[in-house]
Design a protein around this ligand. Structure first.
Ligand SMILES: [Zn+2]
Length: 398
C-alpha cells in the first residue's frame, strides 16, 4: 500500500478534492489551453514555418475550419499536444501565453504528484497557477523557443472530426471519445519523463511515529474513498481496516455533510431540495468485470479508465491495486466524459463508478484482464480473459 502521494495533504484538501472529482469538475482551463494550441498551429500554417508538420489534407481542412469546428477538436481533459524540449528542429517559438499556461500547469502538477503525466490530468485555474509561479519564481527560466509541439492522436480522426456534420451529434461524440483514447494510448502520454518522488521518511513502519502517521493516513484515505463512492467493504479490503472501523469513518464523514445517508434510509427527502452528495454504499458489491464489460459501450468506458490507470500506476499496477492512481484516473475519465457529453452527463447513467474501476484494476492485477491494441485505430482496449470472444470488435472505430 502506497501512501506517500497523500503525505502532506491536510484533511480539507482531501475532502474537497474528492468531492470535486465526484461532482465531475470540468477542465475548462485545460480546454482553453488546448484551444489556444490549436489556434497557434492554425495561424502558423499560413506562414512558411508551421509549428507541426501535418498532412496536406489536414492542413487544408484546418485552414478552412470554422471556430466551432476547432472547438470540436479540443479535448480539454486530455490536451491534444505534447511539448518536447527541442533537439535539432529549427526554432519556431511557441506563443508566450500558451507556453506560459503550459509551463505553469506542468510545474504545478509535476511538483504535486511527481509525474509529468499529471499535466494532462489536472486542470487548475490560470489565476491559481499564476500565483504559484510568482511564489516559486520559475517563470524567470521560461524560454518558449526551446519547446516544440507534438500531436498525440492520428490525423485521420481529426480529419473525420472536421468533416462531420454538426447535426450528427452522436457521431461527433464517438469520434471525440476515440480521439481521447488515441491521445491516452500515444507513447508520449504512456511514457512520462519524470519519475515519482521518494516515499517520505515520516511513513516508516519501523518507528512509532511512522506507524501513527500510517494509521491516520489510512483513516483519511478511507474517508476520501467513501466520498468517492467505494463500498465500505472495498475500503476495508484495501486499507486493512476492519469493517467496524470503516463504518465509523463513514458515520463521521456523513455528519460532516460530505456524504449523503445510506440510500435505503434517505428515501423520504420530504420535498426539500438536497444538494448533490454521493451516497455510502454499505453492502458488498457483487458486480464482476464480466458484467462491467457486457457491451461495446462499457468496454469503451473501461478501456478509457484502464488506459489512464495503467499509465499512471506503471508496473506496480500488476502487483497491487493503486488506490491513489485509480482516483486520478477516475477524475480524468469523468472530466473527459463531461467534456464530450456535456450536461447530458449529469444523469450519469452510462458512466462507470469508481467501484467499477476498482474491480477492473483488481482483475488487471490478477491477470483476468489485459490491454489489447486495435490494429485499425491503435487505441488500447481493455479485455477480460474469461469473456466470450464474440465481442472482439473495437469499440472505438467499428
Ligand atoms: Zn479501433
Amino acid at each position: 500500500m502506497q501512501l506517500h502521494h497523500f503525505a502532506d495533504d491536510p484533511l480539507e484538501r482531501y475532502s474537497q478534492e474528492a468531492v470535486n472529482s465526484t461532482l465531475r469538475m470540468s477542465c475548462n482551463d485545460l480546454r482553453f489551453f488546448d484551444y489556444m494550441c490549436w489556434k497557434e498551429v492554425i495561424d502558423s500554417l499560413a506562414t512558411d514555418s508551421p509549428l507541426v508538420m501535418l498532412s496536406s489534407q489536414l492542413t487544408n481542412r484546418l485552414k478552412k475550419a470554422s471556430d466551432e469546428m476547432i472547438k470540436r477538436l479540443c479535448s480539454g481533459a486530455v490536451a491534444t499536444f505534447a511539448f518536447r524540449r527541442k533537439r535539432s528542429l529549427k526554432a519556431v517559438p511557441v506563443g508566450k501565453q500558451t507556453m506560459r499556461m503550459y509551463i505553469l500547469q506542468h510545474k504545478y502538477t509535476a511538483a504535486q504528484f511527481g509525474y509529468e503525466y499529471a499535466t494532462q490530468v489536472y486542470g487548475i485555474s490560470y489565476a491559481e497557477s499564476c500565483a504559484i509561479s510568482k511564489a516559486s519564481g520559475f517563470m524567470d527560466n521560461l524560454r518558449s523557443d526551446s519547446y516544440s509541439f507534438e500531436l498525440r492522436c492520428s490525423e485521420k480522426v481529426l480529419c473525420e472530426l472536421l468533416k462531420a456534420k454538426s447535426e450528427d451529434k452522436s457521431a461527433i461524440e464517438r469520434l471525440r471519445i476515440r480521439k481521447i483514447q488515441e491521445c491516452l494510448t500515444e507513447e508520449k502520454t504512456t511514457k512520462p519523463e519524470c519519475s515519482p518522488r521518494d516515499t517520505l521518511a515520516s511513513y516508516d513502519p519501523d518507528t512509532e511515529e511512522g506507524r501513527a502517521n500510517i494509521d491516520s493516513s489510512k483513516k483519511l484515505l478511507a474517508r476520501r474513498m467513501l466520498i468517492q463512492g467505494y463500498t465500505t467493504h472495498t475500503v476495508s479490503v484495501e486499507l486493512g481496516l476492519s469493517l467496524r472501523q470503516c463504518r465509523h469513518v463513514a458515520e463521521h464523514t456523513k455528519s460532516a455533510k460530505y456524504l449523503d445517508s445510506i440510500p435505503s434510509s434517505s428515501a423520504s427527502a420530504g420535498g426539500v431540495l438536497k444538494p448533490y452528495l454521493p451516497s455510502v454504499h454499505s453492502s458488498k458489491s457483487n458486480k464482476t468485470s464480466q458484467f462491467i464489460l457486457r457491451c461495446k459501450e462499457t468496454v469503451m468506458n473501461a478501456s478509457l479508465i484502464m488506459r489512464i490507470y495503467i499509465s499512471l500506476g506503471g508496473d506496480e499496477t500488476k502487483t497491487a491495486t493503486q488506490i491513489s492512481m485509480i482516483s486520478i484516473a477516475y477524475s480524468l475519465y469523468c472530466a473527459a466524459r463531461h467534456d464530450v457529453y456535456g450536461l447530458a452527463e449529469r444523469s450519469g447513467a452510462k458512466r462507470l463508478t469508481i467501484q467499477d474501476a476498482w474491480i477492473l484494476a483488481v482483475d488487471y492485477r490478477s491477470r483476468r484482464g489485459y490491454l489489447d491494441t486495435c490494429r485499425a485505430c491503435k487505441s488500447d482496449i481493455f479485455r477480460s480473459t474469461i469473456q466470450r470472444q464474440d465481442s472482439c470488435s473495437c469499440p472505438f472505430c467499428s
